[in-house]
Structures are given as structure tokens and as C-alpha cells.
Design a protein around this ligand. Structure first.
Ligand code: CO
Length: 504
């Protein structure tokens, strides 16, 4: 019998990597603290701490010895099992990325980001793109150089995308998005031509303490383990950590009940993924989430497919009414369900409904790709942005703060990230139809408040697989089909067809 742990160099490699993993987690804790707990005057000290830590992590991951170990283990690959091979592949991937880019370039990029973030804040506030544009130009230029060092298949954008959605190329995304665009725009047009459902009851005051009660209850019911996590407040909701320490945040606004409700369900979806990773391989890359797209598929599954369904609210609405009797006593379930599924083209991505959401992503993807292949100049972006909003969503921003400057990503030097938001929606729908095949009673279980079956299905098929497969392989292994936009389109037609009693 072959001894799985027989490769000494492999064990060495994993031990070395586990220390880097620990440092990554410390970085996560410091970031969580900064967003949730830290006193405001500590900003500068924290920046130093994070920079020092980033330096230590960089030194460790680029150590020659680590590269030599990877090389040696690669030569004995046939002695490793699939999980061990995935570990080596992931460590090699990170080592390669970190060693290929010259240090001066990394430092310059990092300095430019700090300046760009400040400029973006000012530009957004004063509604002047030209305050931000010179730095955006520089960031794109530097990131293009980074892409050249990292290497790519066909175009620089591939290298950027690969960081967030390994194995996916810009060409593949384009094919998926083109189908989506062609078929989703008519659905949006049809839905937005209908009379908007009555939702003025949502303008009532829903006190924070009561919102907190229902949010914590839902997170717990869906299976979020509070002994391995916590729910706090931050300016923007997020999830951080993995395995035994997975923290989520939300924000409460007395005038926006739905905002906390759905952000908690969304973040719980992310958290279930992280808490559901395989404890056998703790502190190893194979027991980490594989990509942002797959991550978003988990949050969107719970937030939209489950959380905005009629069945979900058939279970929760009476509980919500009991918590807010005055505000909701005259609002029947059906009216509430329609209100949480309001479809209306809007300018701001983070507030978009599930039907129009992907359009925001497609616009951003098309613009980023033109930028990185030198087919458009930075100065022309606001006009290009506006014309695409007009074409895909039928609306135009009044100024740059609600247009090209709305999102923080670019000012942080993050390019190639946006497509993962839409891929998450598509993966979620594709996974959902597979779950339905395996468990035809899914929505009845949800109506009975039984979320365990879905959670366990996702754990077995997605969470426990960690980084065993590349994202698109994982989708194929799980659903039997390559990633496709058709499932999401079917989901929209089915759901909104029933909700409004129309056909597409
Ligand atoms: Co998310």
C-alpha cells in the first residue's frame, strides 16, 4: 500500500505554507478590526502594521527555498493524491505570481493606489472625473505591466481575471455575457414596462434592535454557526475568515428594512461556504474557497434564489409581522413578496435587483477590457459609460458620482474583479437546477423552514471540494454541464413569469 504522506518534501512544503496561511488570517483579523472595532485615531498605526505584515508575507511566499520545494514535489507528483496535488498547484500558483512581478513595480502600484483612493473620494464628492483620471491612467498602465510579467493567453485582461476566477478567460466571459445581454435586455424591458408593485409600506420606520432580532434568527436558521462566527456592524457588509472563525457584518438603517435583511442572508451564504470547508485540510490551500465567482454563487443562492422566494417568506413573513406588527399588519404576504422582487433599472450596482444586476457588470467588463487592450482612452470613459447605460438599461447618470465613479474597486487598483459578480449569479442558477433534480421537494422544505438539506447538499458538492478543481471544472463536475447563462435566464423567466403571471 502506498503511504500518502510518504513524500517528505511535500510535508515540508505544507508546513511552510501553513505559516503563511496563519499570517493571512492575522491580516484578515486586523482588517476586520479596522472595519468594525478600531478607534479612528489608530488608522495610521494600522496602516504601518498592515504594510509590515504584507512585507513579511511577501518575503515568505517568494523565498527561493519554497520554489525549490515546489519543484522537487512536482517531480514526485504521482505519489500524491488529488488533494495533495491541488495543494501543490495552488502553492505554485501563488509563488509564481509573487515572484514574476518585480518588487519596484509592486511598490509603485501600491503607492499609486493610496493616492488614487484619496483622489477618487475627492473626485466623487466634487463630481469631477478629471481629479481621478490621471491616477486611473497610471494604475491601468501599471496593472498592464503587472499582467505582462504574470503572463497570459490572449490578452492582458486574462491575467487580471485569472487572479479572481482562475482558469477563466476574457474570451469565455465575453461569449457568456453576449448571450446574457441579448436575452436579458428584453426581459428587463418587459418587466419594467409593467406597473411597479406597491411598496410604500417599506418607508415606515423599522427600529434597529428589532431588525437585529430577525437578522440573527435567519442567519442561525440557515445554519450559520455562531460559535464559529459573529455578526457585527460595518459601513459595508462583508465576510472574512474561514473554518472556525468566520465573521460577517451588516449595517442597519431604520428606513431600509430590506437592506439589512438581504445583506445578512447574502453574507450568511458566503459564511456557510467558509464554515463548510473541509476541516481535515485546515491551514492548507485545498481547504479554502476556490474563487470569487463560486463564492458569490453561494451568497446569491441564499440571498436571491432562496431568500427572495415566495416559499421563504411564507415561512418567515408571519415572524416578521410579529416583530413589526404596526408596520406590516395590513400588508399581505403576496404584496411583501412582490416588493422584495421589485424590478427597476437603476444607476447604482449595489442597489440593483437580481434582473438588472448583471447589466451593471457587463458594462464594467466591456469598459475594463477596452481599457486594457488600449482601445479607449481614460478621458473618454464617462461618455462611454453613459452611452452603455442608455443602451442596456435605458437610463443615464446625472453626474459622474453616480456613473463612472460609483464604485471603489478601480481606486484600489482592482481590475478584472467585476465579472465574478455576474458569474456568481449564473453559477447559482445552474447549481439550483441541479439541486432541484436531486431534491425535487427543495422549495417545500424551504417553506417548512428546513434549510438543512440544501445546506448539506451545497456542503457536500461545493464547500468540501475547496480548491480541488478550478471554478469552471467544479461547475462541470457538480452540474454535468459547462458554465452557461441559460440556467439563469430560465430562472428569471420562470420566477418572474409566475410572479407577474406573464410569459416571456
Ligand atoms: Co458577495
Amino acid at each position: 500500500m502506498m503511504k500518502k504522506t510518504g513524500v517528505r518534501e511535500y510535508n515540508d512544503l505544507i508546513n511552510k505554507y501553513s505559516e503563511i496561511f496563519d499570517l493571512d488570517m492575522i491580516d484578515g483579523c486586523l482588517n476586520w478590526d479596522q472595519e468594525v472595532m478600531m478607534p479612528p485615531a489608530a488608522t495610521e498605526s494600522r496602516a504601518h502594521q498592515l504594510a509590515t505584515l504584507a512585507g513579511i508575507i511577501h518575503d515568505k511566499i517568494t523565498k527561493k527555498r519554497l520554489g525549490t520545494l515546489v519543484e522537487r514535489v512536482m517531480k514526485k507528483k504521482e505519489k500524491l493524491d488529488d488533494y495533495q496535488r491541488a495543494n501543490v498547484r495552488e502553492i505554485k500558483r501563488r509563488y509564481d505570481r509573487a515572484t514574476k512581478v518585480p518588487r519596484e513595480l509592486v511598490t509603485e502600484f501600491s503607492k499609486t493606489k493610496t493616492l488614487a483612493f484619496e483622489a477618487w473620494q475627492k473626485a466623487k464628492k466634487e463630481k469631477k472625473f478629471e481629479i481621478f483620471s490621471p491616477l486611473l491612467e497610471k494604475l491601468v498602465d501599471l496593472d498592464r505591466k503587472i499582467a505582462e510579467h504574470v503572463g497570459y493567453d490572449k490578452e492582458p485582461y486574462d491575467a487580471l481575471l485569472d487572479e479572481f476566477e482562475p482558469g477563466m478567460t476574457a474570451g469565455e466571459v465575453e461569449t457568456i455575457f453576449n448571450t446574457l445581454k441579448e436575452k436579458q435586455v428584453p426581459i428587463i424591458k418587459k418587466l419594467s414596462s409593467l406597473a411597479a408593485p406597491e411598496s410604500s409600506f417599506l418607508n415606515a420606520i423599522f427600529t434597529e434592535d428589532k431588525q437585529r432580532i430577525i437578522c440573527e434568527q435567519i442567519a442561525k436558521d440557515l445554519g450559520y454557526d455562531f460559535t464559529r462566527g459573529r455578526l457585527d456592524v460595518s459601513a459595508h457588509p462583508f465576510t472574512i475568515g474561514c473554518h472556525d472563525d468566520v465573521r460577517i457584518t451588516t449595517r442597519y438603517n431604520e428606513k431600509m428594512l430590506l437592506s439589512s435583511l438581504f445583506s445578512v442572508i447574502h453574507e450568511t451564504g458566503h459564511a456557510l461556504y467558509e464554515q463548510g470547508l473541509d476541516p481535515k485540510y485546515k491551514r492548507q490551500p485545498v481547504a479554502m474557497s476556490i474563487s470569487l465567482g463560486i463564492h458569490e454563487s453561494q451568497s446569491r443562492m441564499w440571498e436571491n434564489i432562496v431568500g427572495r422566494s415566495k416559499e421563504f417568506w411564507a415561512y418567515y413573513y408571519p415572524k416578521l409581522q410579529a416583530i413589526f406588527p404596526e408596520q406590516l399588519k395590513d400588508v399581505p404576504l403576496e404584496k411583501f413578496v412582490k416588493a422584495v422582487n421589485l424590478v427597476k433599472p437603476s444607476l447604482i450596482r449595489v442597489e440593483a435587483d437580481e434582473v438588472t444586476y448583471n447589466m451593471h457588470i457587463i458594462i464594467r467588463f466591456e469598459i475594463e477590457r477596452l481599457l486594457f487592450s488600449n482601445k479607449v482612452e481614460v478621458k473618454d470613459l464617462p461618455a462611454l459609460w453613459n452611452s452603455k447605460y442608455k443602451e442596456y438599461l435605458g437610463i443615464e447618470p446625472g453626474d459622474v458620482s453616480e456613473g463612472i465613479l460609483q464604485d471603489v474597486h478601480w481606486s484600489m487598483g482592482i481590475f478584472g474583479y467585476f465579472p465574478t459578480y455576474a458569474l456568481g449569479n449564473l453559477y447559482a442558477a445552474q447549481i439550483y437546477y441541479k439541486v432541484l433534480e436531486d431534491m425535487p421537494s427543495l422549495m417545500m422544505d424551504i417553506q417548512a423552514g428546513n434549510f438543512q438539506k440544501l445546506r448539506e447538499w451545497l456542503r457536500k458538492n461545493i464547500h468540501l471540494k475547496g480548491r480541488l478543481y478550478q471554478p469552471k471544472e467544479l461547475i462541470e463536475v457538480v452540474t454535468g454541464k459547462k458554465p452557461s447563462p441559460e440556467y439563469f435566464l430560465k430562472y428569471l423567466r420562470d420566477k418572474y413569469g409566475r410572479l407577474y403571471n406573464i410569459s416571456f
